[in-house]
Design a protein around this ligand. Structure first.
Ligand code: GLU
Length: 311
């Protein structure tokens, strides 16, 4: 099925390295420092084989790519019924930091928008702020296949500028959707977004979901198999901001994008794809990342509803 994958990635890297539309996110001041020209594409097959083309040494923060992974941890901690009751699974045509849904019913639309992700972070277990972070960090390490590390500069930068997320968190508390110390939950959410990775590690995280919850390189289980479908559905419906419908139409694989310029995409049972390029389009998706995923899906018939056999 994936005959010529490696040369295809090299060709896509060459084709899109000159695509310079879009701009780097600046609303978190530290993200504005990213080199807009960095570009890397990586894959990890479920048999453990992997390769990366381009700037494989480029490091970035997970940002919203952490959301499906924290959703997974919340599902394992609180169970499906509670998580879905509190976060919802409905698509939204609004931006990732929208308040829509909260003002009337006090519930986010899904766990891929900020409000929903703050809810999933609030469900993570632990005695103290540090203890909860350490458990989260260990779980994220299982996906990345290496010790997950906090990017302190990005963490501090977002902490100082998170007024909107703070407002969302207090609104959620006022409606009873989250309980406990709002600042603790917000801090955990900001830390999950500030976990550092390179593109191969991002592909490994995607491959862990493609491999039913087991990291194909380390053999370590990151999430119980029973929750993988929940996560992939939510990613497919909501993972690409308010471009999610078009993404499902054109690319058709579960994915999540982050404002750092990262995209992780899951081809169930086959492989994980990671792309990093910090220039974002109007929706907040990496422009080169989007182009690469569209081309890969077309080339290898990756769309999960495509019933033709590849050439
Ligand atoms: N930390 C970012 C925020 O909360 C994540 C946004 C994103 O990547 O979509 O604004």
């Amino acid at each position: 099925m994936l005959h010529d994958l490696e040369p295809t990635l090299e060709a896509l890297y060459e084709r899109y390295r000159g695509l310079n539309t879009g701009s780097v996110a600046t609303y978190i001041p530290e993200l504005a420092k990213a080199d807009p020209d960095r570009f890397c594409i990586a894959v990890r097959l479920v048999d453990g084989t992997g390769f990366a083309v381009g700037d494989s040494d480029a490091r970035f923060t997970l940002q919203s790519c952490s959301k499906p992974l924290i959703l997974a941890q919340a599902l394992m901690t609180a169970g499906r019924e509670i998580v879905i009751a509190l976060t919802g699974v409905e698509p939204t045509g609004n931006s990732f930091s929208s308040m829509v849904g909260l003002d009337q019913v006090g519930k986010p639309l899904n766990p891929m928008v900020n409000a929903g992700a703050i809810v999933t972070a609030s469900l993570l277990a632990g005695r103290t702020r540090e203890d909860r972070f350490e458990r989260m960090r260990r779980n994220l390490s299982a996906y990345l296949g290496t010790e997950a590390e906090l990017d302190e500069a990005v963490y501090e930068s977002e902490r100082r500028t998170s007024d909107r997320n703070r407002a969302l968190a207090y609104l959620l508390k006022s409606k009873g959707t989250i309980e406990g110390d709002v600042e603790d939950h917000l801090d955990l959410y900001i830390r999950q977004c500030a976990i550092g990775a390179d593109t191969q590690q991002l592909a490994d995280a995607a491959a862990t979901l493609a491999n039913n919850g087991v990291n194909p390189v380390t053999g370590q289980r990151a999430v119980d198999a029973e929750f993988v479908q929940d996560i992939l559905v939510v990613m497919l419906m909501n993972g690409m901001y308010n471009y999610a419908g078009r993404w499902a139409y054109e690319v058709g694989i579960p994915a999540k994008s982050g404002v750092s310029g990262a995209i992780m995409a899951v081809v169930p049972g086959v492989m994980g794809i990671g792309v990093y390029s910090p220039r974002l389009d109007e929706y907040g998706n990496s422009t080169r990342g989007l182009a690469v995923c569209q081309a890969l899906s077309r080339r290898f018939n990756l769309h999960i509803l495509d019933q033709r056999t590849p050439d």
